[in-house]
Design a protein around this ligand. Structure first.
Ligand SMILES: *Cc1c(COP(=O)(O)O)cnc(C)c1O
Length: 386
């Protein structure tokens, strides 16, 4: 059948409209049947599921961001500073001040969230024919970014208490000789910190067969009881520490992650980064935030105290809690963690079921949000022991 324009209906449909689902597209084999990353975002009164900072940015910082962004806006006809030198200098200053180790501009690289930093690292050091290992349960994005970059993924082991099983980890590294080793400290979703001794042992293991990169993901380190592992980059060009402004800085919406490493690593990631990847608006906003680290780190102290309170109260109620150095707490155990998750949600509190059998994860929120959560799990305990 033809219309007035002489085309059949099928002819007028674009190719995109005729395609009914992702399965009809010639996507790469390793992406077939997979789901995108994402925590369920439900509209509940209390949302303690994504490890965000519950405190909005302080007003003086908001005003300063507006000022710096306005300044940047006047130059938006031009591409941004491709190398983000001013921002990297301020990040280096922050790391030097808080990381107990001198860091220079040339040691730092920044991108749109530490996820992009990790993607650039895997594009540089992973890729087709290469592999990466992580010790699971851990941050699921490491495996997903590996897949996205065509890097093979090896799931390494952990102990019952979620610390890294060093002997088993060394054996897995010796067996698979991965090109990239991920160490998440504090680990997500368990909250477990990794000691410098363990990182050094894994670094040595990773260099035994061939030089391999070790990426220490310190997304939550500002919340830790321990010092940063940053000083370990000294004299170890294959060790990278990745950081983010999404958690401690309360700026998840900003999308700013960064790494500290030997300057050669910074040179290497520039081989894969898109030109002008970090917008002038992002750079201006991050620079404004870095002017206010004292206020932001003040919130971190409050959240650490709330995290410790959650641990203590959960234990008092009768739950098992994994030792936490992050802004969240893993608690259990449940015969059926999904049902427990639903019961807590029924009381208006959204926590995270990360698929670790028997365990759930709750992000430290404001004192009032944490009280609401504690009430919910107190009720749940009563129900379950009734
Ligand atoms: C939240 C998180 C990140 C942060 O990712 P961004 O892209 O910087 O928001 C990185 N690593 C781990 C382990 C995380 O939990």
């Amino acid at each position: 059948m033809t219309d007035t324009d002489g085309m059949t209906t099928a002819e007028r449909m674009t190719t995109a409209e005729r395609v009914t689902s992702i399965d009809d597209l010639p996507v790469r084999d390793e992406l077939r049947g997979k789901s995108p990353y994402g925590a369920p975002q439900l509209d509940t009164p209390v949302q303690l599921n994504t490890n965000e900072n519950p405190y909005p940015l302080p007003e003086p910082l908001v005003a300063r961001i507006a000022e710096r962004v306005a300044e940047a806006a006047r130059g938006l006809n031009r591409y941004p500073d491709r190398d983000a030198v001013e921002l990297r200098t301020e990040l280096a200053r922050y790391l030097t001040r808080t990381g107990k180790h001198p860091v220079a501009t040339g040691n730092v690289w920044a991108a749109n969230g530490s996820n992009e930093v990790i993607q650039q690292l895997l594009q540089t050091f992973g890729g087709p024919g290469r592999t990466a290992i992580g010790f699971e349960p851990s941050y699921s994005m490491h495996a997903l970014i590996a897949r996205g970059t065509g890097t093979g993924w090896i799931s390494g082991p952990r102990n019952e208490d979620f610390t890294i099983d060093l002997a088993a980890a060394e054996q897995a590294i010796a067996e698979h000789t991965p090109d990239v080793v991920f160490i998440t400290s504090p680990n997500n979703p368990t909250g477990t910190a990794v000691t410098a001794e363990t990182v050094l042992a894994l670094y040595e293991a990773a260099q035994a067969a061939k030089p391999s990169m070790v990426i220490v993901d310190e997304a939550y380190v500002e919340f830790s009881h321990r010092d940063s592992l940053l000083p370990l980059i000294e004299g170890r060009p294959n060790l990278v520490v990745s950081r983010t402004m999404s958690k401690a800085f309360g700026a998840a919406g900003l999308r700013l992650g960064y790494l500290a490493a030997h300057p050669a690593v910074v040179d290497a990631v520039q081989l894969v980064r898109l030109p002008y990847h970090l917008s002038a608006v992002t750079q201006a906003t991050a620079l404004a935030a870095l002017e206010h680290t004292d206020i932001l780190l003040g919130y971190v102290e409050q959240l650490k105290a709330e995290r410790d309170r959650l641990v203590a109260e959960l234990r008092a109620i009768g739950y098992e809690v994994t030792e936490s150095d992050a802004n969240f707490v893993q608690f259990g155990r449940f015969d059926d963690s999904h049902t427990a998750w639903q019961r807590i949600l029924d009381r208006g509190v959204l926590v995270r079921d990360n698929g670790v059998p028997g365990w759930l994860r709750v992000t430290a929120g404001t004192p009032a949000e944490n009280d609401a959560f504690l009430d919910a799990v107190r009720q749940l305990k009563k129900e379950q022991s009734a």
